[in-house]
Structure formats: C-alpha cells, structure tokens
Ligand binder design. Structure first.
Ligand code: SF4
Ligand code: MSK
Length: 677
C-alpha cells in the first residue's frame, strides 16, 4: 500500500528544495521525493534477504532455517549481497581513477588539448612516495612515469598495490598478517564477482574478508589515485569563497549545470566559459554570459578549486531543472538520475550525457574525449547558449549561502604549522588537551527515504556542540554549506567552547570541506599524518575519530565505509541497514550484522554499524570517541575547562568595566568571575 504523501517540509529541511517541491506539485510532475513516497522499499530486499544470483531464484528467505533453492543460507546471501555492493562501489571509484590516470598520461605526452600540470609540487611529492626519480627531470617526464605506475595498478596480478605504502606502518603490517592487501585493483573486483557467482564462496566470513580487500583496492588504490591526479592536473585545493544552493542560478545568464563526478570535463567547461568567444556568443544570444554551477561531486570538484558555485546536492538535481532556468545539465558518471530526461521534457533544459560509459535514452550525447577537451567543452557551451532562446517561465529560489571549501590535507597541514613547520601536531595537541574532543568525518549522500539534509545537519550541529571537529565530503558537505556551517566565524556560535577556541586561534570554520566522495582518501591521509605526528597512538584505530554517513544511499558509500573500517575507523551509517535481517522473525539472521561490527573490529580495529535513529548514532559516536580518549590516557572530555581564551575571552573582557578588565587580565580576581562583575 503506498505510503501517505509527505509535505515539502517533511521532504526537506532546505527552503529552496521546499519551494521547488511546491512548484513540482503545481506543474504536476514527480520527483525522487514523490516517487519514494509512492514506492515503499521491499522489506525483504532492504534487509538483504533476497538472492537473485541465478535463474533458480529469486529466493526470498523470511523464516528461520529457510535456504535458497541451492541451499544458500541467509548469512551467505547477505554476505554476497554486501560484497557485491562494495565491489560495485569500488569499481565506480576506481574506474574514475583509471580515467584520470589515462588523462595524466595524455597530458604528459602533450596529447591532451587544454590541460596542463598545475601542481608540480604535488606531482613531485606523489612521485616521491613511489621512488620515481624527480630531481633534474621535467614535470612531464615525472608525470609520464607516475601515469604508467598508476595505470599498471589496475591490471596488476600479484604483489601489493603501490599506494598502500602510504598507510601507517603498523596498519600495513596488520593488513599483511591478515592477508588483505590488494594485489591489483581490477583483480579484487573481479574476484568479488567470481566468488559470489552461484556455487562459489559460500562461507560468509570468508566472503567478507575479501570485501575488505576489495574496499582497500578502492580507498588505498583507485580513489587515492583519482584524488592525487586531480590535484596534479587542476591544483591542490586551498580555501576559496564559494556559494551553495539553487539561488546561485541566474535569471539573466545562460545556466549550465555540471553534474556527476569527474573533474576532467567540468574543469574544461570552466575554462571554456571564460573565453572571449564563448562570452560574446552568449551575449549575442541576449544573455549576460554563461553562469556555471554544479550538482553532486562534480560540484565539489570545481567548487573547491575554482570557487564555482554548487547548485545543490544529490536530491537537488531534479529541483534545479524545475527552476526552468537551466539551459543544459551536463552529466558525466555516477549519481545521475534517469528521471532527469523525462522531467526535462517539461522545460527547455537539455540533458547532455558525455561519458562513453553512461548514456541515458532521450538525452543529447556529446561524447567527451580528453584529447580534444577544450573543443568539446566549447561545443557543449554553444549548444547550451543556443537553447537560451527557448526558456519559458522561470522560478529561482532566492536562497543561497556562502562557504569556504578547499581544505585539502596539504592546506590543513600548512595552516596548522606554516610553510616551514607544516604539521598536524597542533591538532593532535588540541585533541590531547581536550579542547577538541575528537574528529568526525560526516560524509555521503542524500536519501529521499529520510528528510533531505536533516540527518546530515542535525548530526553535524550536535558534533560541533560537543567539541568534535567535523570534516566533510560529498553531498553531506553541501548540506552543511547550505546551512552556513562552512563559513568561518559564522558557524562558531553553534560550536562547543574548546573547539571554538581552536577555530578562532587557527582561523578555520568548524566544518572543513575536504572535497568529493572520491576525496575521502584525503581523510585517510589526514589520519595517517595524525598518527605520524605523535601523541595519539601508533595506528589509525587509536585516534578518537569516527566516520558517519547519515543519509547514505550509494554502493560507493558502502565501499568507503568498508575501507574506512579496514583502516581502523568506527563507521556508522544512518538510515537502513542492507544486512539487517529480520531479527523478530528470524533469530539466526544477524551473523553478518555482528561480523561487520565486532568481527571486523577484532581483525582491523574498525567496525561498521547502522543506526536509524540519529540520536543513537550521535550517542554511539561520542561514546566511541570518549573510549578512545580513555584508552590513550587522555583527560576525559570536560566542556567547562575551555572556551575562556581567544575571541570569546576578548568578548568577555570587553564587556567588563575597565577596573574589572584589568583585574581579570592581571589575575587580581578569579578569571572565572562572571563578566560584568
Ligand atoms: Fe536462489 Fe541459490 Fe540461485 Fe541465489 S544462488 S537465487 S539462493 S538458488
Ligand atoms: S555525489 S555518491 S550522492 S555523496 Fe558523490 Fe553525493 Fe553520494 Fe553521489
């Protein structure tokens, strides 16, 4: 039976999204929000209890002791479903990394029109990790060697993939002992599919071991390589002013929205949009120019490097079209809803697919090729400009928020210690003293099964209030940006006293935007350096840190969660668990659920859990952080100890009469005397 239709306020906490959902109703078109209302999830599939791996099924296991036609148990079926999802996520991220490596190769050989090596320092650093000679060599020569090395990681059959050497030593040893170091990226993904074919690996724990190896091939493989190469080609992000939400669309300009994940084309569209010929072409069409914006992680890529605004996160892709102001939505790969094409037929918007791997029936296809990128980008922009004259009624929500993205690992390192003493030690010390209780990476998607942006922002605000420093990527980062939490001091009134002190002293927002979903590897690098800089143990699993994905929906999120667990992180997903089983009806359906939690924790120090209730998620996260603090022998978190220095202290002093101010400053009275006394 279809569920009751929710109101716009029940669908999203974002006023811009609410306005567009009302417009969708007025026009009479559906969105992911209304389709989610009309399509309740299948409770058997959602709990991971359905198998359709062969033609004897699909088999649905709902009773104690029941098996599939082949005899597969509920545990085997759940483990197979989970590892398949992780393999798909790892494949998506890693194939993105492969394309980046081929682009780097083309740039190194002068075969990629419009691209250059923008960050030579990063190229030299990354090459140095692998013993590639950098001294006395041209950047192109180094880049060629690095591209060859990275391309070879995909088809490698034996040994260990190269980026694993960048993990803490103790972690590498643990992986070696457990036998989970990926041999080659493609090999692990293929083996996951092989093992889950009917009649292969039917031991759930053995399957989930390989799930870890497959996920590591993503996090310490394909994804890490994608981030490295994006930085080398387009520049390592540093703080830059940007804007987020649908209000970044412009009434009097040609609006082109780029959506998906790969920066190769979107960076070229940015460059092309600034050429005189394109600006003149747009003006000749009666527009003031071309206004670029992004959705999802393509948005994050160009936001953190170029300051190009983000029109929104995953659940706003249809809402951007509903404004009637988008001439073209240019998509590459991943997280692109097929519904865009049908929805766009109600407006003038062109959906332009560009990847040879991702077409949608009914869309305009202009295929991207890195060898002729600038020419193709200009062609796409001219197509969008030609469509400007077809625009009908427009309604752009007047809602946008400023933000400062671009906190790469390199920038945080520099920011904490300066050019000559770059180090994470000040961050470690803030954690050791208790000013910062711990660190939470709050990442991942939106999901229309929950209230758009609510879980992200609720969890983020609570973590900040509890003095937990937050780093974000993906659609979660855009959710916080829209709420103003990524804007320097603007968000500080919602932050606990110790964290506030640190943010004020360093001059950072309380939430650090670290990039796209592929860039979760930046967080692995940060955690590794925190270990190396001392004071927080000698491996990642000892750091008081958690990984949270409150509104997850994609298979990539599961791959990220699994590689974070393998790296030693406690990961909690919000929403539903794909391996929940039905404990009320099947007493024996929780082996997988237990194994990925306590089982993985025994093996790797990290664990994966699911918490539908956000307050339970917050409670578990804070508990874990406090336990890790205690295990390190750090003082217990005490919010009353801090918050009386920095700007807050100056504010208090300014509110004192002169005599009282002098007394407080020179210690004549207790500094704890309330202000004004
Ligand atoms: Fe059913 Fe086994 Fe086939 Fe799965 S593999 S569909 S459990 S018979
Ligand atoms: S885009 S994978 S919805 S974060 Fe990276 Fe957002 Fe999740 Fe896609």
């Amino acid at each position: 039976m279809p569920r009751e239709k929710r109101t716009p306020e029940e669908h999203s906490t974002d006023p811009a999204a609410q306005e567009m959902l009302i417009r969708a109703d007025q026009i009479g078109v559906g969105t992911a929000f209304s389709r989610a209302d009309a399509m309740p999830p299948c409770n058997i599939g959602a709990a991971g209890m359905c198998c359709k791996l062969c033609g004897m099924g699909p088999c649905r296991l709902t009773k104690d002791g029941q098996t599939g036609v082949c005899g597969a148990t509920i545990d085997t079926i759940q483990a197979r479903n989970l590892i398949r999802a992780i393999a798909a996520g790892a494949a998506a991220h890693s194939d993105h990394g492969r394309d980046m490596a081929f682009t780097l190769k083309a740039v190194a050989n002068g075969e990629a029109e419009g691209y250059a090596i923008r960050d030579i320092a990063k190229l030299r650093t990354v090459a140095g990790h692998y013993g590639i000679v950098v001294e006395g060599r041209a950047p192109e020569e180094i880049a060629n060697d690095l591209a060859d090395l990275y391309i070879s990681q995909f088809g490698q059959q034996k040994g260990r993939i190269a980026p694993v050497s960048r993990a803490p030593e103790k972690r590498q040893k643990l992986w070696q002992e457990r036998g989970v170091i990926p041999r080659g990226i493609d090999r692990e993904v293929v083996e996951a599919l092989h093992r889950t074919h009917i009649g292969d690996d039917q031991d759930p724990e053995h399957l989930l071991f390989h799930a870890i190896r497959t996920a590591l091939a993503d996090g310490w493989g394909g994804s890490m390589m994608a981030t490295d190469i994006s930085d080398i080609l387009f520049g390592t992000p540093a703080p830059i002013l940007g804007q987020a939400n649908l209000g970044v669309l412009k009434q009097d300009m040609v609006n082109v929205v780029v959506h998906g994940h790969e920066p190769t084309l979107s960076e070229m569209i940015v460059a092309a949009s600034q050429t005189p010929e394109i600006i003149e072409y747009a003006q000749a069409a009666g527009a003031k120019g071309v206004n670029l914006s992004g959705i999802c992680c393509t948005a994050n890529e160009i936001l953190m490097r170029q300051g190009i605004p983000a029109a929104g996160n995953f659940l706003q892709q249809e809402l951007a079209i509903l404004t009637g102001a988008v001439e073209a939505m240019v998509v590459d790969v991943q997280c692109i809803m097929q519904a865009l094409v049908q929805l766009a037929q109600n407006f003038h918007t062109l959906i332009i697919t560009t990847s040879p791997k991702a077409r949608i029936k009914g869309a305009t296809h202009i295929e991207f090729d890195e060898h002729h990128a600038l020419t193709i980008a200009k062609n796409i922009l001219r197509t969008a400009i030609d469509n400007y004259r077809n625009r009908g009624a427009v309604q752009i929500p007047d809602v946008r928020e400023a933000l400062i993205p671009g906190f790469s690992h390199e920038y945080i390192n520099y920011m904490l210690g300066g050019a000559y003493r770059a180090s994470f030690r000040p961050l470690n010390e803030a954690i050791m003293s208790g000013r910062i209780r711990g660190v939470a990476a709050i990442v991942g998607c939106n999901n229309p099964r929950s209230v758009h942006d609510y879980l992200h922002t609720h969890v983020t605000k609570e973590m900040l209030r509890q003095d937990v420093l937050v780093v974000q990527t993906g659609c979660g980062a855009i959710a916080s940006a829209k709420l103003g939490l990524l804007l320097g001091e603007a968000g500080l009134d919602q932050v606990g006293p110790g964290l506030r002190e640190v943010c004020e002293a360093i001059g950072i927002p309380p939430v650090l935007h670290m990039g796209s979903c592929v860039d979760n590897t930046r967080i692995l690098t940060v955690l590794t350096q925190m270990v190396q800089d001392g004071g927080l143990g000698d491996d990642i699993d000892q750091i008081p840190a958690v990984g949270l994905a409150p509104e997850w929906m994609s298979e990539k999120a599961l791959a990220i969660g699994a590689y974070a667990v393998a790296s030693g992180v406690y990961v909690i997903f919000g929403g539903s668990s794909p391996v929940s089983g039905m404990p009320d009806r099947m007493a024996d359906s929780d082996l997988v659920l237990q194994y990925i939690s306590t089982g993985w924790e025994k093996l790797f120090g990290g664990k994966l859990e699911f918490a539908a209730d956000p307050d339970e998620l917050i409670h578990k996260a804070l508990n874990h952080i406090d336990q890790k603090r205690a295990a390190l022998g750090l003082p217990a978190y005490d919010p009353a100890r801090f918050g009386r220095s920095g700007d807050k202290r100056v504010d208090e002093l300014e509110r004192l009469p002169l005599a009282g101010r002098q007394a407080a400053l020179y210690g004549l009275t207790s500094p704890d005397s309330p202000p004004g006394k």
